[in-house]
Design a protein around this ligand. Structure first.
Ligand code: HEC
Length: 176
């Protein structure tokens, strides 16, 4: 019968194992905490959501393209014309990405844009059903998801920050 020779004292190695496991658990806890508090998680308009983007694109083509142009690029005359028909771009070329998710939603839903505390009527009337229009809230969020697919990575990051800063106060504490 042979006995295996161990070079480490069993007590020391067990202690090491527990410290190692403890450190791993702590890492998971920290990563979990950061993930739970990330602004990205809160958006109702996700460019990564293929289905939502498709709905947004369709909604856009039916309701907005006539003014805001093919693929959100605006109409050729938007810079020179002051006509109501000359839609500005909503893509990376425009300033849409300066608006938070909430402000974009409200702008489309009600026809009134709020930026840096200033209020401006952008459309004659709101597009949301709640404002007498024909789009559901779901379709309005889908439009915003579609906008996001045209922004640059930096614009997306910047808009995420804005959305996080300007996020509405939750009505009740988030359920775990
Ligand atoms: C009749 C033409 C017309 C239609 C249709 C239209 N828009 Fe607009 N929209 C405009 C014009 C013009 C402006 C610029 C208003 C201004 O700044 O004075 C504008 C501004 C906006 C803005 C603000 C952009 C910014 O950077 O501040 C958003 C967002 C927007 N439109 C979204 C939409 C969406 C979404 C639809 C479809 C559901 C739509 N629009 C349909 C003409 C139109």
């Amino acid at each position: 019968m042979t006995t295996r020779v161990t070079h480490t004292d069993p007590v020391t190695s067990r202690l090491g194992l527990w410290i190692g496991l403890g450190a791993i658990a702590l890492c998971f806890a920290i990563v979990g905490f950061i993930a739970a508090n990330r602004p990205a998680e809160q958006s109702l308009a996700a460019a990564e959501n293929r289905k939502q983007v498709d709905l947004g694109q369709l909604t856009y083509q039916q309701n907005c393209m006539a003014c805001h142009g093919v693929k959100l690029k605006g109409r050729p005359s938007w810079e020179v014309s002051s006509s109501k028909q000359a839609g500005i771009p909503l893509s990376a070329d425009g300033t849409t990405w300066h608006l938070s998710d909430r402000h974009l939603f409200d702008a489309i839903a009600t026809g009134v844009r709020v930026k840096a505390g200033e209020t401006k009527r952008i459309h004659d009337k709101g597009f949301a059903q709640s404002a007498g229009g024909r789009l559901s809230d779901q379709e309005v969020w889908a439009l915003i998801a579609y906008f996001k697919t045209t922004w640059t990575a930096r614009q997306v990051e910047s808009q995420k920050e804005t959305s996080f800063r300007e996020r509405p106060e939750p009505a009740a504490p988030a359920a775990k």
